[in-house]
Each structure stands twice: as structure tokens, then as C-alpha cells.
Design a protein around this ligand. Structure first.
Ligand SMILES: NC(=O)c1ccc[n+]([C@@H]2O[C@H](COP(=O)([O-])OP(=O)(O)OC[C@H]3O[C@@H](n4cnc5c(N)ncnc54)[C@H](O)[C@@H]3O)[C@@H](O)[C@H]2O)c1
Length: 270
């Protein structure tokens, strides 16, 4: 497929098949649109037809339609969510049915550091956050069938990242990301019972993301809250959890005001 999505073609996929074969492996390519249920199913059926079983699936397809939230159109929102979030669902849906019967398998979704939020990619960020929740749901729902599910948040020089107008300090190559994916698909990762995790790989850096959890809690005396009681109680007790991305934005604004080139210290990438 082209980098913008749209009409499926298999030129890039076919050249990857050739590379794999030249390296002594076997591969088949499917030119299809994974944002449709039929497309996701065909990817899985093609692998099943060629190999008789499915040990792992990796949902890596993605597109960008960048726009500020207040200008974003439905035509910019829908295909991004359809490609990333629904596209991960369609493949996971078909593959997990096979893996459940096999009693083994690994699902891998691709998220992004930008699941934390993004200035001009609310569509992408929302889809990437959704993928993390989908992966964690798959990890929970398929645990008893011996199937694991994890997400990768890469930062690598690809056709997609070439369009990101920011200088990233922590960035690597697609080969770094491939190494993590191959590990997550391996028996060694399965032996470690790795599931429900989100890993970033950015060149030499590898990192695990925290599980979402309540940070601080408080309880209403007498059990009932009113807006006024919350106003009196919340700021000094439960408080807030500052957004790292907001701190980064403020730092970038300071740097820009000082005439420096915008530079993100932490590689969140697209
Ligand atoms: N490159 C980075 O630094 C970076 C950072 C964070 C997240 N990611 C994520 O990693 C994944 C891979 O990104 P990449 O950088 O290799 O981008 P890429 O544009 O090089 O590759 C994405 C591929 O998805 C394909 N695709 C798009 N719509 C499709 C559809 N409907 N059906 C099937 N295929 C479709 C495109 O043709 C393309 O080959 C994406 O999910 C992306 O969001 C990448």
C-alpha cells in the first residue's frame, strides 16, 4: 500500500518477500486494506493457507492526517482511526480465533509515544491509545488460551517519520524495531510470560511503559461529594499528575522563543 493508504498495491510488500527469500526464509504478501473486516481476515487466511498455523501477528499499518483538533474534518479522523485501531482489531479478531484453537500465539500491535497526546494528531493519538487498550484487552481475554498480546511504540527512520517536522534525539532504524518484534514473537519471550506490555524502542534505548493505575485516591467524609466539597478537597489531596508532553511543549516554546531549533529530548516520535 502507499504511505497515504488508499488503493492496495503490493510493490513494497513484494520487495520484502524477495528480501526474506534471499535471506533463506519464506514469505507471502497480501495487498489488502486491513481497515476492512474482509481485508484483516484475508491477511490471516493467506498466512494460514501458506503455513497451516499462525504463531504471531504484527499489526504495523498506519497513516497520518495531521490537523489541529479545531480544524480536523471527519475525512481526516475516520481513516486514521480505521487504519490503526480498527485495522488492529480486524487482524487480531481473525488471528485470535485461530490462536485460541491452537492454544498458543502472540499478537503485537503498534502504538506510539504520542498515545500520551499530540498537538496536531488527535486522531492518531486517540487511535494509538485505543490500540494499547485493545492489546491489554487481548492479553486479558486470551490469557487462558495461552495467547499473549503486547504493543510496540517505535521511534525509527521510515517513510512515515520522514514527514515529522521535529528533530528527535532518540531515534533508530527499522531494524532495531524488527529485533524487538522478533524477540516478542519468540519462545523466550513467551517463557518470560510477557503479555499486556508496551515497549518503546528508539535506537539503543528500550523502555517499558507503566500500566495505567490510580495514582492517589481520597474519600468523602460521610460518603457523598458535592462540587464544592470536591473543590475544597481535590487540589490539596488527590491533586493532578502533570503531563510530561505538556512540560515538553513548554520547553519547546521556550527554546523557540530563544531562537533554538525545536528539539524533543524524549523520543516520542509519531
Ligand atoms: N516511524 C516511527 O518513528 C513511528 C513512531 C511511532 C509509531 N509508529 C508506528 O509504527 C507503524 C509503522 O510505521 P512506519 O514508520 O513503518 O510507517 P510507514 O508509512 O513506512 O509504514 C506504514 C505502512 O502501512 C501501510 N498501510 C496504510 N494503510 C493501510 C491499510 N489500510 N491496509 C494495509 N496497509 C496499510 C502503508 O502502505 C505503509 O506501508 C505505524 O503503526 C506507525 O504509526 C512509527
Amino acid at each position: 500500500m502507499s504511505i497515504e493508504g488508499g488503493e492496495p498495491t503490493s510493490e513494497v510488500a513484494a520487495s520484502v518477500v524477495k528480501e526474506i527469500e534471499a535471506a533463506g526464509g519464506t514469505a507471502v504478501a497480501v495487498a489488502d486494506d486491513i481497515s476492512t473486516m474482509a481485508g484483516g481476515a484475508r491477511v490471516v487466511e493467506t498466512a494460514l493457507g501458506a503455513y497451516g498455523r499462525i504463531d504471531g501477528v504484527v499489526c504495523v499499518a498506519g497513516i497520518l492526517r495531521e490537523r489541529m483538533l479545531f480544524n480536523m474534518s471527519e475525512e481526516e479522523w475516520d481513516p486514521v482511526v480505521a487504519t490503526h485501531l480498527k485495522g488492529t482489531f480486524t487482524v487480531f479478531r481473525a488471528a485470535s480465533a485461530v490462536m485460541r484453537k491452537q492454544g498458543t500465539g502472540t499478537l503485537i500491535g503498534f502504538t506510539s509515544g504520542n498515545h500520551q497526546g499530540s498537538v496536531a494528531q488527535a486522531n492518531y493519538s486517540a487511535a494509538k491509545g485505543g490500540i494499547i487498550s485493545l492489546v491489554r484487552s487481548a492479553a486479558l481475554g486470551l490469557h487462558k488460551y495461552g495467547v499473549t498480546a503486547n504493543a510496540v511504540a517505535p521511534v525509527a527512520r521510515t517513510r512515515m517519520s520522514a514527514n515529522v517536522p521535529m528533530e528527535l534525539k532518540e531515534i533508530g532504524e527499522p531494524e532495531d524495531v524488527a529485533a524487538l518484534v522478533v524477540y516478542l514473537l519468540s519462545d523466550r519471550a513467551r517463557a518470560e510470560k510477557i503479555t499486556g506490555q508496551v515497549y518503546t524502542i528508539a535506537g539503543p534505548k528500550i523502555a517499558v511503559w507503566a500500566q495505567p493505575r490510580e495514582l492517589r485516591a481520597g474519600y468523602a467524609e460521610g460518603g457523598a461529594w458535592t462540587p464544592e466539597r470536591i473543590a475544597d478537597f481535590l487540589p490539596g489531596t488527590v491533586g493532578t499528575d502533570p503531563m510530561p508532553m505538556l512540560a515538553m511543549l513548554e520547553e519547546m516554546a521556550r527554546a523557540a522563543a530563544a531562537g533554538d531549533r525545536p528539539n524533543t529530548g524524549r523520543g516520542s516520535g509519531s
